[in-house]
Design a protein around this ligand. Structure first.
Ligand SMILES: [Fe+2]
Ligand SMILES: [Fe+2]
Length: 258
């Protein structure tokens, strides 16, 4: 049994973008069993922008599961944004997970927005000023929440969904000076602590698509500016080696902006 996972992040919707993804999304049931959104659904996190997301990604005929991104927090309307998305049938994860029945196989998805902090040798440390400790504490608590969610799911295949990156590999192309604001190693440790098959993230618009955690879990940056298509599809199946992922070719329309 193969489970087909469609994914995209950083669609940054507002009124002027609504409709650009929809033609490709209408074909979703033919290509995928589920659509995962890797955060930054909106530009500034307003309720009005969330309504745009609901119109674009609601009623697709497949389950839609998302995490929020930093842009979705900008206007302090997260509760309203979540309410609008959930009303459209979109499952919003933050430190929890969900299990979907995909043709008899149980697909577990654990999600968290995540946070920055950096990676081995170039990371923020829990030392010194209270502000620095608070910054690192957010990274640690977010990773701990992802770890708990990953371990809570009873499923056949396990996927980690974040906005921030769990590895530096998929940041290649971004200025090294901002890696610490694009992800943190603690997320990678959380992913490696569980039998995770695939890790998906966004946020790094100028990054690279493919990476691997230190423990060997495949990581994919599905930020729209990176994949340059409406969504990517990953096939996960029992006939593949653990963690093996194959990616279908270009699907759907390519919106004209990035
Ligand atoms: Fe983004
Ligand atoms: Fe972002």
């Amino acid at each position: 049994m193969v489970i087909r996972i469609a994914a995209v992040g950083d669609v940054h919707l507002d009124e002027d973008v609504v409709g650009r993804f929809r033609p490709a999304l209408e074909e979703m049931p033919n290509h995928a069993d589920v659509l995962l959104l890797a955060g930054d659904l909106t530009r500034h996190g307003t309720e009005a922008e969330a309504q745009c997301v609901a119109r674009e990604f609601g009623g697709l005929g497949v389950p839609v599961v998302t995490v929020l991104g930093n842009h979705d927090y900008q206007c302090n309307e997260v509760p309203q944004v979540v309410e609008v998305l959930e009303a459209a049938g979109i499952t919003v994860l933050e430190g929890n997970g969900t299990v979907l029945d995909c043709g008899g196989s149980r697909l577990g998805i654990a999600g968290v927005k995540g946070f920055g902090g950096g990676f081995a040798g170039r990371c923020a440390a829990d030392f010194g000023e209270p502000e620095m400790k608070a910054f690192v504490q957010v990274s640690t608590e977010s990773a701990d929440a992802l770890k708990a969610a990953l371990h809570s799911l009873d499923c056949d295949l396990l996927v980690a969904l974040t906005h921030y990156s769990p590895v530096p590999d998929t940041l290649a192309g971004e200025p090294p000076e901002i890696y610490a604001f694009l992800g943190c190693y603690q997320l990678g440790q959380a992913i490696d602590s569980a039998p995770t098959t695939l890790a998906l993230h966004g946020h790094a618009h100028h990054g690279t698509e493919r990476g691997t955690t230190p423990g060997g879990v495949r990581v994919r940056n599905v930020a729209h500016p990176v994949i340059k298509q409406a969504y990517s599809v990953f096939h996960l199946g029992e006939h593949l080696e653990p963690g093996e992922v194959s990616r279908m070719g270009s699907l759907g329309t390519r919106p004209a902006w990035s």
